[in-house]
Design a protein around this ligand. Structure first.
Ligand code: LMR
Length: 328
């Protein structure tokens, strides 16, 4: 009995730690996989919840479940469709079973920097991509930035040939599989929450991710070093189910979308700085970061870029052209 009471008390305090949802309020559960501080998504999710819980008090309340505590990214889209959670923000690499359009964002060296990503997403083409999964019951609401990806392994990576024969964890995206194969690596799809253990135990030798994820999950501690390749991006789609959105009272939906739009603009403008701070924290913690000369970087471009050819039909030449026009 005591144990049961203690468990109830714990559950209660845990749920009140997220938000005090009052009876009658529409509960918005937001499940994601990263840490909350020094992370573009973590910070944005917290800000969104704070604003909803203050400004929509009495109408709606948001509970955020970070760090894969509720769902991994491979389960969260199903959970949205089941109505178990109402909001998620998986990386664009994790929608492959719902749409092939986002493959564009995984193609290596497609965008020269995050401003180019931002401009593309805010173009008509980019905005229409948010609607690409409506038939499957999902509605994209906003693109959230993380940043550019870096490569790490248990050996120094200077030339792409250094990656030959190494096992790399990738997100569940066939483009990323092809990219690692292009440099002679053995890619393995794996959930984010398992990467640290897999690197530590040598299940995989390396991985690619942004500074904020490499710092937030301490990957640098179990790697020889991180090479600043900036070879791709990790960005997110804030997503809900079509059903849930349709059933919201109009004023609630409008207010929520206004807040989400403002949080998106505010936090996307800070995402680069958040990643730079994470990079500095890696160095402070004794992590090794390696830079490439322009010639060395050109080798990575030459090795990885042929992957575009394989996915041209999926992503559409006109979308590649639009992205490249923004880079110019
Ligand atoms: C990953 O799986 O590496 C990332 O998508 C995690 C995240 O949400 O940033």
């Amino acid at each position: 009995k005591f144990l049961a009471t203690a468990a109830t008390a714990l559950a209660l305090s845990a749920s009140t730690a997220f938000a005090a949802c009052d009876p009658g309020e529409i509960v918005i559960k937001f499940s994601h996989v990263t840490n909350t501080d020094k992370h573009p998504k973590g910070i944005a999710a917290t800000l969104l919840a704070e604003r909803v819980n203050t400004e929509m008090n009495g109408k709606a309340c948001m509970e955020v479940f970070p760090n894969s505590t509720l769902y991994n990214d491979d389960k969260v889209l199903e959970a949205l469709l089941q109505g178990d959670v109402q909001l998620a923000a998986p990386s664009l690499s994790k929608f492959e079973t719902f749409t092939k359009q986002f493959r564009l964002f995984d193609l290596p060296f497609m965008f020269k920097n995050m401003e180019a990503v931002d401009a593309f997403q805010n173009s008509e083409t980019g905005q229409s991509m948010k609607d690409s999964m409506q038939r499957r019951g999902l509605q994209g609401l906003a693109f959230w930035h993380n940043g550019l990806k870096q490569m790490s392994a248990n050996v120094p990576l200077i030339s792409p040939t250094d990656a030959k024969g190494l096992k790399f964890r990738v997100q569940p995206s066939d483009v990323l599989v092809a990219q690692m194969e292009a440099i002679g690596g053995n890619p393995q799809k794996m959930a984010f929450s398992e990467v640290y253990g897999a690197l530590q135990q040598g299940v995989v030798d390396g991985q690619e991710n942004t500074w904020s994820n490499i710092y937030g999950r301490k990957f640098f501690e179990v790697q020889d070093g991180v090479t600043e390749t900036n070879h791709g991006i990790i960005d997110y789609l804030v997503v809900a189910s079509v059903d849930w959105l349709d059933n919201l009272p109009e004023d609630v939906r409008d207010q929520f979308m206004t807040i989400l739009g403002e949080v998106t603009a505010t936090r996307n403008a800070e995402a680069f700085a958040v990643n730079e701070a994470a990079k500095a924290s890696i160095l402070e913690a004794g992590g090794v970061i390696r830079q490439l000369t322009p010639e060395q970087r050109a080798e990575w471009v030459a090795a990885m870029k042929p992957v575009w050819e394989k996915f041209r039909d999926d992503v559409g030449q006109e979308n590649i052209d639009a992205a490249q026009a923004i880079n110019a």
